[in-house]
Write a protein that binds this ligand. Structure first.
Ligand code: ATP
Length: 281
């Protein structure tokens, strides 16, 4: 298939200097194709991603110390679950470590906010996925005053320090903030209320949270302004079109895995000799 990107997703989606208020949530930065082409590209690129992830897994199995961590943030219904199903779902589950972070448990509340996060960092060779993350502690916690301002203010610096350590230990961090419009969210919530097979995804709080949209926008702006670093960059993903957001995340992961320049691990045995022994067996 022809390359339908006029610039790589890593360039088109970089958050540098970006204003959340200016994001066109229905745009498809970098991609020149239509929905049909986007879906075809997802299938094709999913296979590329799968091969690269298998290399990472093989590398981890043979003593390698690299890993990749995808951090997914976004408002309710922005499509985090779809990324997990349709992008991460295309790779071997053995090599995936998926962690979702909801309201902290009593035990988690006894600790520093990064405690539960550290415990779920991907092991060597794994593709880790954070479905929500430590960023909730400067999003929902800030919007709803769950902790005093002085406390959440400090967290940006703590997060940067933490992510630097993680990156220095060999993990490539890919942070994706998914943005949908308020109108598109209404459409998705309406669909959840119209379909019994989607009731389980609905929570009445999703509606009350809509009143806080401007505050969330502000809190998202702050994370882009204060935690967009060269070792853990943010990508801003317009997510009204699910096919686009899935394709774009596939591309971001392909880029991250390619940058590791992994080869298949060499044999630690004499291949010719093993072949001879096999034929004789
Ligand atoms: P999702 O909405 O991500 O699909 P869900 O509806 O199944 O998930 P959970 O995963 O159980 O719900 O929890 C998500 C909720 O937990 C979100 O409302 C989120 O804001 C909240 N949450 C996550 N982390 C924190 C935190 N550190 N402090 C307070 N609330 C948090």
């Amino acid at each position: 298939m022809a390359n339908l990107w006029d610039q790589p997703a890593t360039t088109a989606l970089r958050a540098d200097g970006l204003r959340v208020a200016d994001v066109d949530t229905s745009s498809r930065p970098g991609f020149t194709g239509d929905k049909r082409q986007g879906k075809a590209a997802l299938t094709e690129r999913g296979q590329v991603l799968s091969k690269l992830q298998e290399k990472l897994f093989a590398h981890g199995r043979t003593g390698g110390d690299r890993s990749v961590l995808l951090v997914l943030q976004g408002m309710d219904t922005s499509g985090k679950g779809g990324i997990v199903r349709h992008v991460i779902g295309s790779v071997d589950p053995q090599g995936v470590d998926h962690a979702s972070f909801g309201v902290p448990t009593e035990q988690e509340k006894q600790h520093d906010f990064l405690w539960r996060i550290r415990k779920r960092l991907p092991a060597h060779g794994q593709l880790g996925v954070f479905d929500r993350s430590h960023y909730e502690d400067v999003l929902v916690a800030r919007v709803h005053d769950l902790v005093p301002r002085a406390e959440w203010e400090q967290r940006y610096g703590q997060i940067n320090k933490f992510e630097r350590e993680v990156a220095e230990s060999g993990t490539i961090i890919v942070k994706v903030a998914m943005f949908i419009s308020l109108e598109e969210q209404k459409r998705r919530l309406r669909e959840r209320l119209q379909r019994p097979d989607k009731y389980w995804k609905f929570s009445p709080a999703d509606i009350t949270e809509r009143d806080y949209w401007p505050e969330y926008q502000k809190a998202y702006q702050a994370i882009l302004d204060r935690t967009n670093t060269e070792y853990a960059p943010w990508y801003v993903l317009p997510a009204d079109h699910k096919w686009y957001s899935r394709l774009a995340v596939t591309e971001l992961l392909i880029d991250a895995l390619t940058s590791l320049r992994l080869d298949w691990p060499p044999a630690d045995f004499d291949v010719a000799e093993q072949m001879r022994l096999l034929e004789r067996s």
